[in-house]
Design a protein around this ligand. Structure first.
Ligand code: ADP
Ligand code: MG
Length: 377
């Protein structure tokens, strides 16, 4: 077990790295953040911020020498960086698990190998692959870049062969997946923590509503049947055990109109839809990440209160800084701002959680706050 006083490392300095750093420092660990951005939200609250490229050999030597263990806040850290660090210190999750989920083609192949249902899809490496891919899927489809997409970026809806060719070219003719667009009954995510000894803890499922490809609202617990949750839990567990996973794993599910359960994608880290845990669970997802990294047993994941989380996206700043009294005026609403300097459209700037005796009341208050903030309802 790695105990407080030790130095932990995190690769990536966005809001997830920031909340990890805050949790770790609250527990008495020291944290070094590696992120090229000198204004990184995590760097601002860390013991040390190495503001250089992820592949910088001196920075990696420093982390390897000083950190007892290193984790990630996003899955696109070059795998060779993780492998380098693993030579000298613990890396959790491990480079092999991260490697398998970094790229949508490898990620979907992994899911299939585990016998887990995915959206019907075809890998597209060259424009010549598009015709066969289109012929085997029902339209509309979605073309997604295989690597480096997030918040709906690098995705385009496809209604025809011409649109598919254009989109593939616009994406730089890089490897993609073409997926069938699913008629969704619901999206929800399951977040689990798995320790080095194989202990698993599941958080309650979060029902997710996206707007323009970006998570907008998470409702917890998800309003679906115990049977659906039990099936999803088994699927997530199968995957975590197959990978001999250590750390936090977020699994995004699509529930179709026919009640079929498909895995959309997975993230080897805390997840935006898990931010409710900051206020509605004894162990936040970030404290849990620290616990898994340090070889401690999983903390309690029970839901202490129904909760609704609403993301605050940069668009809200267009006219002026929002009036935070609209959130803070309510005793059961909690505001979280990430300390980002520039509020660009589509950029995640913060979120608020609303806790209430039931989901309906939490949603009502979340909507009122949204209206007071001038957010689109
Ligand atoms: P990201 O990496 O940006 O989160 P996702 O693949 O999860 O990418 O897509 C973002 C959102 O777009 C999903 O949460 C869902 O709302 C919608 N979406 C993505 N793929 C599909 C699909 N095949 N069918 C229906 N909706 C989809
Ligand atoms: Mg997603």
């Amino acid at each position: 077990m790695i105990l407080p006083g030790a130095m932990l490392g995190v690769l990536g300095g966005g809001q997830l790295g920031r909340m990890f750093t805050q949790a770790a420092r609250t527990m008495g660990y020291k944290v070094v953040v590696l992120d090229p951005d000198p204004m990184s939200p995590a760097g601002a609250v860390a013991d040390q911020h190495l503001s250089c490229p992820y592949t910088d050999p001196d920075a990696l030597d420093y982390m390897a020498q000083h950190c007892a263990a290193v984790t990630i806040e996003f899955e696109n850290v070059p795998v060779e960086v993780l492998r380098r660090l693993e030579k000298d210190c613990l890396g959790r999750p491990g480079s092999s698990a991260v490697d398998q989920v970094q790229d949508r083609i490898r990620e979907k192949a992994l899911l299939r190998k585990c016998g887990l249902a995915t959206v019907p899809y075809r890998a597209v490496y060259h424009s010549g692959d598009l015709d066969a891919a289109l012929a085997s899927l029902k339209l509309p489809a979605i073309l997604k870049l295989a690597a480096l997409g997030y918040d709906g970026k690098g995705q385009r809806i496809i209604w025809s062969a011409a649109e598919a060719c254009q989109a593939f070219a616009d994406f730089g003719s890089k490897p993609c997946v073409l997926e069938q667009r699913i008629d969704l009954r619901m999206e929800f995510s399951l977040l689990l923590a798995r320790s080095p000894r194989g202990e698993i803890a599941f958080y309650p499922p979060a029902e997710n509503v996206h707007v323009s490809g970006i998570l907008d609202t998470s409702i917890v617990p998800a309003r679906t049947s115990p049977d659906v949750i039990a099936r999803a839990t088994r699927m997530a567990q199968t995957l975590a055990e197959y990978l001999d996973y250590c750390g936090l794993l977020a699994v995004e599910f699509f529930l179709t109109r026919q009640n079929e359960l498909l895995i959309n994608e997975i993230a080897p880290r805390p997840h935006n839809s898990g931010h409710f845990t900051l206020d509605a669970c004894l162990t936040s997802q970030f404290e849990q990440q620290v616990r898994m990294l340090c070889g401690l047993p999983p903390g309690d994941t029970r839901l202490l209160s129904p909760a609704v989380m609403v993301n605050l996206i940069g668009d809200l700043w267009q006219a002026q800084t929002p009036d935070w009294g609209a959130v803070l005026g309510f005793p059961n609403a909690k505001l979280h701002l990430y300390g980002k300097h520039a509020a660009r459209p589509g950029r995640k700037m913060g979120h608020y959680n609303v806790l209430a005796p039931d989901v309906a009341q939490a949603l009502d208050l979340a909507v009122r706050i949204r209206q007071n903030l001038g957010q689109r309802v």
